[in-house]
Design a protein around this ligand. Structure first.
Ligand code: ZN
Length: 290
């Protein structure tokens, strides 16, 4: 199954609440996923809205993920770690309220520490936070994102290593970040196949993939671009997904948000048409191609 959705309330959606966003994503855009952003500091969502989102997503089979506030450091000093736990736990509670599957976060920074010491801390603190989430009986996974800057923890290898060691932590494959960090390393099919190869030990049944165009310099992400303005192709990724019948959720993090989610959808449908030889395709119907 292929799910596609925007990372946030669609730009063209008049109402600016998450409830408005999810309804618009489904009804107007006909997309089946959304990643709700809890990124602006302490986020509050009224219980009533949470309930509506929960019911609506269930009724219409929309997959919901959430993104925790950006500044989190599971490898920081005690104060930073405590603050990070608070933000993650609060996000997890809200995620639980709206029936989301995942709280996605940026794990942290190396600072002056070695990579080895950093990964040890991140593993230790990921275990602590998943323990707290479990204790509160919240059923969400922690999604660790691959990160696009050299000084930030989160190469694909590192993220896989943490996921191997901590139950309840899954990778969020931000391909633009991998591309930027590798200074434009994702060029052809083989490059994307390497990603899935590295993920193999985790035996994932489902992949969350962040997609956007990206501008980078010396192995560092500068900023996001519309997919078409970036130099990373997405067609090879779509081919691999269809060839392997991977269960994926493709989240557009492009500055064009839903417009690029639709662009991804069109690329998927183009790939389906190429396979069926027909002039029509629907991304939710893969029955003829897998
Ligand atoms: Zn992120």
């Amino acid at each position: 199954m292929i799910r596609i959705g925007p990372a946030g309330i669609p730009l063209s959606c008049k109402g600016r609440t998450n409830k408005d966003g999810i309804i618009y994503t489904y009804r107007t855009l006909d997309l089946n996923a959304i990643e709700i952003q809890f990124v602006r500091g302490l986020y509050v969502m009224p219980d009533e809205e949470a309930q509506i989102i929960r019911d609506y997503s269930e009724e219409n089979d929309i997959e919901v993920h959430t993104h925790a506030p950006y500044y989190i450091n599971l490898a920081g000093d005690d104060e930073e770690i405590t603050m990070s736990f608070e933000k993650i736990l609060k996000s997890a509670q809200m995620a639980g309220n709206i029936g989301a599957k995942t709280v996605i976060l940026h794990p942290g920074f190396y600072g002056e520490k070695s990579e080895k010491k950093t990964i040890k801390m991140i593993i230790k603190n990921s275990k602590k936070i998943t323990g707290m989430i479990k204790k509160e009986k919240i059923k969400v996974d922690i999604g660790l994102e691959t990160m696009g800057k050299q000084k930030v923890f989160g190469t694909l290898d590192e993220v896989v290593e943490v996921c191997k060691n901590v139950k309840g932590v899954i990778p969020v494959i931000d391909i633009a970040h991998i591309h930027a960090r590798g200074n434009g390393c994702l060029k052809e099919r083989k490059d994307f196949e390497d990603i899935f190869e590295k993920l193999k030990p985790l035996k994932l049944k489902h992949y969350i993939i962040h997609i956007t165009g990206v501008l980078y310099e010396n192995g560092n992400e500068l900023y996001h671009l519309p997919i078409k303005k970036g130099d990373m192709p997405i067609a090879p990724l779509i081919e691999i997904i269809l060839d392997n019948n991977y269960d994926v959720t493709l989240v557009s993090e492009s500055p064009l948000l839903e417009h690029d989610a639709i662009y991804i959808r069109l690329q998927v449908e183009k790939a389906i048409m190429k396979r069926t030889g027909k002039e029509e395709a629907y991304y939710k119907d893969l029955s003829e191609v897998v």
